[in-house]
Design a protein. Structure first.
Length: 94
């Protein structure tokens, strides 16, 4: 299944929600599953982004739906990157 990296920045509204209910992060991950994607890894980070999520989705349309649905709520801004395992990348160059 294709892998995508979601770089997320929470808005002021999103930060307030997380402060009140930290478990909301896991609830959103469950919602991502309902869109047909799967959160493989997730990290809270310091710097330009608040969270880095490694997500598998069946195709580009599915991950775009995740990004649009979550972004439309106004609590997070997401940059989505397509990712390829390094072994697959090397093989593609041979």
């Amino acid at each position: 299944m294709p892998t995508y990296i979601l770089l997320s920045r929470v808005t002021d509204e999103g930060a307030e929600t997380i402060k009140r209910n930290p478990e909301r992060i896991r609830e959103v991950n469950d919602e991502i599953e309902q869109f047909g994607a799967h959160v493989v890894h997730q990290y809270a980070t310091v710097g330009a982004y608040d969270f880095v999520s490694v997500v598998e989705a069946p195709d580009l349309s599915s991950i775009l739906r995740v990004s649009v649905e979550l972004g439309a709520r106004g609590s997070v801004k997401i940059q989505t990157l397509s990712a390829m395992p390094i072994d697959d990348f090397i093989a593609s160059l041979k």
